[in-house]
Write a protein that binds this ligand. Structure first.
Ligand code: SF4
Length: 185
């Protein structure tokens, strides 16, 4: 299986989720958020194709806490995202995913797309929603704008509605980069 990437794996991120993370920069996004910092990742024919098996080998060799699917929007490549997320979980790594869709929109898509539900089942933390320039904030950790949530996907799927990780909720005093974040999930 092939995946369309915007850039090679970044293997040392501390800003795309908790701990030391490998970021998979996926190509393709149609959300067109005003002020997007990665407009070069929008073109669905841009970037380059990579074999998912090669990515798996790269991930396996890394000393990391987890992987982060980002982009672009990984939800436009559901099958490849699922394959990568499942593999990371099989290695005992946690999985974060950034998307311009809201959790509720993804659940609606899941009704007709079982792979989307499978993917959600393999994501620990979902950073959801479009980047909203008028809600830009440098205070909220791991996000660009205040409307974006960091969702505990397993708990959300269990209760049937979006549940945010308490420590990352807007207004929580722990909602800042600190040493505690390094041991999160
Ligand atoms: S979802 Fe992300 S990549 Fe897509 S336009 Fe919005 S900020 Fe940019």
């Amino acid at each position: 299986m092939k995946v369309r990437l915007a850039a090679p794996i970044q293997d040392d991120s501390i800003v795309d989720g908790a701990g030391i993370r490998a970021v998979i920069w996926m190509q393709g996004c149609s959300h067109n958020c005003k002020g997007c910092q990665n407009p070069s990742t929008h073109d669905f024919k841009g970037g380059y194709l990579e074999d998912v098996d090669n990515l798996k080998e790269e991930i396996k060799a890394l000393d990391i806490d987890g992987i982060t699917l980002s982009g672009g929007d990984p939800m436009f490549q559901v099958e490849a995202s699922l394959e990568i997320a499942k593999y990371a979980k099989s290695l005992g790594l946690n999985v974060w995913c950034y998307t311009g869709y809201t959790y509720e929109e993804l659940m609606a898509i899941s009704k007709t797309n079982k792979k989307m539900l499978d993917l959600l089942n393999n994501i620990d933390a979902l950073v959801d929603g479009r980047f909203e320039l008028d809600q830009l904030s440098y205070e909220v950790v791991f996000r660009g704008s205040k409307n974006q949530r960091i969702i505990d996907v397993a708990s959300s799927l269990k209760v049937g509605k979006a549940i945010e990780f308490e420590k990352y909720k807007i207004g929580n005093t722990q909602n800042k980069a600190n040493s505690d974040n390094m041991i999160f999930i």
